[in-house]
Design a protein around this ligand. Sequence first.
Ligand SMILES: [Zn+2]
Length: 632
Amino acid sequence: MPLKKRVRPFLVAVFFLLTIACGPVSDLITRPTPISQLQLALVTEVTPTEAVVPPTIAATATHTVAPTQTSTPVPTETHTPAPTNTAEPTVPPTAEPTATPNDIYLNATDIRFHPAPCQYSGDSLSVEVFVENWNRFDPKTIEVALYAGSGDERTFLDNTIVSPFGIGGRMQATFYWAWDTTNLEGPQDLTIVLDPDDRLIEGDEDEANNTVTTTVLLQPDSVRPGNEAGGTWETVETDCCSILYTTNTAAARDIDTIVPIINDAVAHAEADLNIQLEEKIQINLLNRVLGHGGFASGTTMSITYIDRQYSGGQLWSVIAHETSHILDRKINAKRPTLLTEGLAVYVAGGHFKKEPLVTRIAAVLDDGDFIPFDETFVNNFYDAQHEISYLQAGALVQYLIERNGEETFFRFLRTLPEEGTHYERIRDGLRIQYQLSFEELETEWRAWLEDQPKNELWADDIRNTVNFYDTVRRYQSFYDQDAYFLSAWLPSIRQTISDNNVAEFTRHPATPENVTLELMLVEAENALQRGEQDKSTDMINRVNQILDRNELPDPFAVDPVAINLYQIVQQIMAAGYEPQFMETTGVNEITIHAIDNWPTLTTIPIEIGNFGDWKLAEELVPNDDGRFVSCN
Ligand SMILES: [Zn+2]
């Protein structure tokens, strides 16, 4: 009988995406993305609880490694994005031909497998089951059992109860690594039984709708994608860190570039806080975006490192941010979220990238998006608009340090009252160390911010940043729900590594639709990093137009750039390559960098005709190993 591995659900953060620009062809693409694009996403800190209770999300910061070609990010013109447009990923709709049952029941569409979206022989499969009408009972009393096979032939695998999953607390039965498929191949039945011991009576009148048998197609192990095939976790040790990555991936390919960036960011945080690490940090480099691109817990950080990094954020900044969290426990073990996140943003010199905190937050104030420091915000920091709340916290820390010096600030942090809500502790601490009430501090700071010189570019940048991340979250909610932060699939990374499981944090949806939208988001993010705000805005808008039509037959047709890109992506993928990022290489030429065999990138030139039509500049040699490139 398989061991039950109850895993802690981790939370993830979200990402963003950007779009490509249109207009004169050569403008379409932002400039060349450096191959070793160390872009990262936001990390969410996860509270390491074994509990099934949704972990508190700690926020994270992210950063991208500054692309080779840096330009000072000049802000762009954006609009304050309407609050996240994210649609909470829907549980697969029940499609009942007959009347929907009133009692508790299961539906074949209420089941998800992991790793996803396809499965191979040898995978250790996890299953999520969404029980219909679960709210008719106390969830703890709803048992669900999982069996391999069907009918009388079935074999018990595992059982569990309905409980909240992920940051969003979605109610479901979650079976982690319940089915070892080694030596199995082809279609395999799996049976799920609700209330197997028939303990539920009133509210479960119909026993017949409590059992569902579904079929999983296990593809041969020999066709596993190249970034998983024969893959293994490897480790590089440095003075500060154990850096883990899997073979045949972008991280493995770029590890010599990554190591000095990580070492430098950690050393920076240590120097800034004047605290030395007591133990090594473990940094896991993941091959897919989850949430905002990573998550952190204790002294472990898990960060996305891929070529088609659509969630933005620079590696250096994420590492500096997360290291600050590890170190600042030495200042005060019980840190109000506003201050710990603010300090991390301050130490990293920005949230997703280095940025002038004061100038940007002054723009937020000017736009009317400043979040008042009331009890709701301070006590529920992670519920506020993500990008603005972090920036505001970082800028407040900077203000306090500049106002009365570092010594006073760190004394304030060290001596915060132990009791009370986050709001009360900060309020009382301010009175003691700064002789200010929270309200007086806010009023004084706002007045000071209003006097700061305005910079339209940075004002645009903050608007675009918010809009970009909202769009990333929106993309995930429609096209990659397992990455969507509220319900991200985040099994224990520790267990994944100790099992040498490479698939879990590698496999992800990579259809031509996913690839096209992600390329557009990468473009939007690159434009943002370069300070080309108009291009970034344009690309973000294009992505959103497509997302608006995600349920219509041909959503890409709405936009000329998107449809051209989508068609080219289909051709490239059909030939066995997986596009990762684009660059403008001529007046009417774009180059798409694509994986041919993991982790090798090859270049594919694209010509743009007079009518804006895209075509391959040269015939593409079919990549014999192409079917190994991605899982679809
Ligand atoms: Zn953080």
